[in-house]
Structures are given as structure tokens and as C-alpha cells.
Design a protein around this ligand. Structure first.
Ligand code: GAP
Length: 490
């Protein structure tokens, strides 16, 4: 089986077939920002739909949410992002390129793996950079002292000088869920254990980008915060590990390209009880295996922090809304009875729930599904390029063609198209030889093509061609919808 072995091959396939373009390309592009083209937007929407179906629709214990990107600055004080969400960077004294310290390679380990999305500042301070190579100019050990680089984008809200304030673009969707925990409890009948899920854009002013849509400054996350009783948390952690891994393989990612990487105790945030990454073997980057999703046991940390944040609000006003001047209020002694606690009716007990968080990148998953589906095969002396997408992810589900553009065939094919497009994303094509039309749909990953030919006009049957086997079945026109529904499982 052929593989896309270079990032350049992937980028060029994506551009050629309208999956992904460089943002603002007509102006020379904007670094690390990408646009999804006609096929790409369908693919990514299908990835998001598949996530939502698996995590929300098919479960009785998860509800959805869609929070705003802009949130009260105190959210980021309480979550820890305002003070700690930074990468340690060092500048090369020779070429002035700034690199994340945790991404610098040792002279003896140039191809080592890089795992972390971002590193707590204190965990790498004082690092010895004597053996590290500058990835831009290749010189060894010529770095400045490491310094923190804040990752949150800032903007101004409000038009008047006295009421305008600095606010941040969210660096993760999770905090919107914690901030709405009480609202969801009060407005629905959810009972612990239950989860709140959301998909949305997040923003990080990343230092290292490069690898196409793998690490960008604007990206989409699908996050679940699953609230459970302390003591049951490790069982739920294991449940979500299994569930999330299965989601990728059920949607066609090859098992040999997926693995778990459990975090070492010294990698864990101080509040986390466990964290595992689902990694995919991307055919690029310094060390193949790269994170698609993190699954963490965040204990009761976030809800407790927000209780502290709520108690600090007055200080924020008193200090001219300057986050750097305030300290979070200490935790009240009866914090487990605070505003973000949960009352268990059966046990007559109040506590702050623990949280299991599976957090997936939708752009990264889209890239993994694309790379994994790519295939090349020899067919009668010609190379056939195809994307073997799972039907649920395929941007176009059915291509509909008249064999030739005459003898009433286009009219019949159009009628079939008008009917099928009510149910699936379809593509009608009557240009060029039918073999070329099949090849174009193979390259777009379309699982089925329906062709109207001379026989259709005689016995009301059409051919349905399977992308993967290239076999054709002959079925009556009236039966096409049911046949495809069964095959596509929709
Ligand atoms: N709330 C937890 C959290 O945000 P994270 O590991 O920082 O955890 C979760 O991010 C996922 O979001 C990652 O596994 C990755 O798939 C995606 N992600 C993070 N930063 C990204 C970036 N700069 N570009 C694309 N995807 C990113």
C-alpha cells in the first residue's frame, strides 16, 4: 500500500483536490493559518459529526454546549492560563530564531520524539542548552537564557476608553464547560456521572508551527468534561480511554498507526491523576508518533479553582481589572459545599465532582483520517489514486453520472441525483469519459458511483460502483436509495 511519505505530498494533494488551502494565499499567505476547501469542509464537518454522534448523541449521560470564544478574564486567572500558559523559548544568538526549549534536539538525538503540547514553565527552567541544536541554522549551544512566551492571544473589548478592557481568545474550549457547570445542573435533569461536550475554535500563539494543520494558531477542539464521583474516577478514565481509541479505529484508522502514550508522573500537571495521549504515526515530523488527543483525569481541580475565582472577583474590580495585580482568594474551608459543588440526592452528600477530560483536535484528526485513507494501486497498467475514507467521513457519498450526454440519459441521471441529494451529499457529473469521472471520485474518496446507461432506458436499472473493489452491481432505479442507505449505514 502506498503512503504519503512527505509532508509536501500531503500539502499538494490537499491543495490539488480542494481539501486545504493556505489562508490569504493571494497575499502571500498568513503563517500557520489554513482554509478548508470544498472537499475539506465536508470532511472536517463529518469528523465533527462523527465525534458528536459518538460522544453526545449515542449516550444518555452526555449533553452538549456551545460557549462563546470570548470569556471573562477571571476565567483565565482561575484556570491558571493567565499566569502559566506559556512556552519556554530560547533565542539562537546567531540567527535570532526563537524555538520552544522542549522542541530543541540534542546534538546526539536529532531525531528524538517531541511529545508535549505545552510544558509548565517551572518544569524546564534552568535547562542546560549547551548540547542543543538550533533547528534554523544548525549551530550548537548558542542560545539565550530560556524565557516564557505567553500563548494567549489578546484583544480589546468595548469602544469607550473607560470601559474597554483586554480580553483573551480562549486557548481551550474546556473552561467554557466548567464555567457553565452550574447552569447545566440547574437547567437539565443530569445526575452524576454525566458529561458536557463541546466543539469549537481555540487559539494559541504557538511558537513552533510548521507541520501544516498539525499545529496551528487557530484550531478546533472537541472536548468532553465528564463529571463523576471521587473514587469512581479511575474507572471512568479507563472507560474513556477505551471509548476514544475505538472511535478512531471504528472510523477506519489503521490500528498499527495508533497507540496510547501514558504520561510519566513528572510530566503530569500537579493536579492531574493520570493522562494519556492517543498518538498517530504521521509520516512527517521529527518522530512520527504525534498526539491526536489527550485524555486526562483532572480531579476536582478546575471546579475548585473557579470557586476561588468567584471569590476573587471583587479584587479584580478593586485593581482596575488588572489580572497581574491580583492573587486568587484561598479556598474556603467548606469548599466542597461551594457554588460549584454537587448534591447527591441518594447519598445525601455534597462534593466537588472529579473530571475526566478527553480532548481531541479536530484538525489533527482530519489530517490523520486523510493521510491514513490515501492509497495508490495499479489497475490495468495505470496508477489509481484513491482515498479509502470510511463512508461516514467521505466528503461526497455518491457520484451520479449519465454514461453519455445524450439519448435521455442525463435527464434520468438528474432525476436520481435530485432524489438522492435529499439524503446524502451527492455530486452530478456528465463531463469527460466515464472512466475519468470514476477516477476523480476515487481521488475525492466517494464510496459509490451510480451510472445511468443504455440499459437503464430499457429495464430501469443502473450500475452502482464500489470505490474500493471497483465492482459494479446492477439494481433497479427504485431500489437505489435503499441499497445505498444500507451500504452507507445512514
Ligand atoms: N483542555 C485540554 C487541552 O486543551 P491540549 O493537549 O493542550 O489539552 C488538546 O489540547 C488537543 O487539541 C491536542 O491533543 C490537539 O489535538 C489539539 N491541539 C492543541 N493545540 C493545537 C494546535 N496548536 N493546533 C492544532 N491542534 C491543537
Amino acid at each position: 500500500m502506498a503512503k504519503l511519505t512527505k509532508l509536501d505530498d500531503i500539502v499538494s494533494l490537499c491543495k490539488r483536490r480542494g481539501f486545504i488551502f493556505q489562508s490569504s494565499e493571494i497575499y502571500g499567505g498568513l503563517a500557520s493559518c489554513y482554509d478548508y476547501g470544498p472537499l475539506g469542509v465536508e470532511l472536517k464537518n463529518n469528523v465533527k459529526k462523527a465525534w458528536w454522534k459518538n460522544v453526545v448523541q449515542m449516550r444518555d449521560d452526555v449533553v452538549g454546549l456551545d460557549c462563546s470564544i470570548l470569556m471573562h478574564p477571571m476565567v483565565w486567572k482561575a484556570s491558571g492560563h493567565a499566569d502559566k500558559f506559556a512556552d519556554l523559548i530560547a533565542e539562537c544568538k546567531k540567527c535570532n530564531t526563537r524555538t520552544r526549549v522542549d522542541h530543541l534536539k540534542d546534538k546526539t538525538n536529532e531525531h528524538g520524539e517531541e511529545h508535549t503540547e505545552h510544558v509548565a514553565i517551572e518544569s524546564v527552567s534552568g535547562q542546560n542548552l549547551i548540547n542543543k541544536i538550533c533547528p534554523a541554522c544548525g549551530i550548537v549551544g548558542q542560545f539565550t537564557e530560556p524565557m516564557p512566551f505567553k500563548l494567549m492571544f489578546e484583544t480589546k473589548m468595548g469602544a469607550n476608553i473607560d470601559d474597554s478592557m483586554t480580553i483573551q481568545l480562549r486557548p481551550e474550549t474546556a473552561q467554557g464547560i466548567f464555567a457553565n457547570f452550574r447552569n447545566v445542573l440547574d437547567s437539565t435533569r443530569v445526575k452524576i456521572p454525566f458529561g458536557i461536550a463541546q466543539i469549537g475554535k481555540s487559539f494559541r500563539n504557538e511558537v513552533t508551527t510548521k507541520a501544516f494543520i498539525f499545529r496551528t494558531r487557530e484550531f478546533e477542539q472537541a472536548e468532553l468534561e465528564f463529571f463523576c464521583e471521587p473514587g469512581t474516577d479511575m474507572d471512568w478514565y479507563n472507560h474513556w480511554k477505551e471509548t476514544r481509541f475505538k472511535w478512531y479505529t471504528d472510523l477506519g484508522l489503521k490500528k498499527e498507526n495508533l497507540r496510547f502514550r501514558e504520561h510519566d508522573p513528572d510530566e503530569l500537571a500537579h493536579y492531574a491523576k493520570g493522562c494519556v495521549d492517543v498518538e498517530y504515526k504521521f509520516p512527517f515530523g521529527s518522530g512520527d508518533w504525534q498526539e491526536l488527543e489527550g485524555i486526562a483525569n483532572r480531579t476536582d481541580y478546575d471546579l475548585r479553582q473557579h470557586q476561588r475565582g468567584m471569590r476573587t472577583l471583587n479584587k479584580w474590580y478593586e485593581n482596575d481589572r488588572d489580572l497581574s495585580k491580583i492573587e486568587l482568594a484561598s479556598e474556603a474551608e467548606d469548599y466542597n459545599k461551594g457554588p460549584l459543588s454537587y448534591f447527591d440526592e441518594q447519598k445525601k452528600e455534597r462534593y466537588i465532582p472529579y473530571v475526566i477530560e478527553p480532548s481531541a483536535g479536530m484538525d489533527r484528526s482530519t489530517l490523520a483520517f486523510l493521510v491514513d485513507a490515501y492509497d495508490e494501486e495499479e489497475v490495468r497498467g495505470e496508477t489509481r489514486n484513491l482515498l479509502r475514507f470510511h463512508p461516514a467521513l467521505a466528503p461526497i457519498k455518491v457520484g451520479i453520472f449519465p454514461l453519455v450526454k445524450k439519448d435521455g440519459m442525463p435527464e434520468v441521471a438528474r432525476k436520481i441525483y435530485d432524489n438522492l441529494k435529499k439524503y446524502f451529499n451527492c455530486f452530478y457529473d456528465e463531463k469527460s469519459a466515464v472512466g475519468r469521472r470514476y477516477r476523480r471520485q476515487d481521488e475525492a474518496g466517494t464510496p459509490f458511483c451510480v451510472t445511468v446507461d443504455g440499459q437503464t432506458l430499457e429495464d430501469n436499472t443502473v450500475t452502482v460502483r464500489d470505490r474500493d473493489s471497483m465492482e459494479q452491481a446492477r439494481i433497479t432505479t427504485d431500489n437505489v436509495l435503499n441499497y445505498l442507505r444500507g451500504k452507507l449505514d445512514m
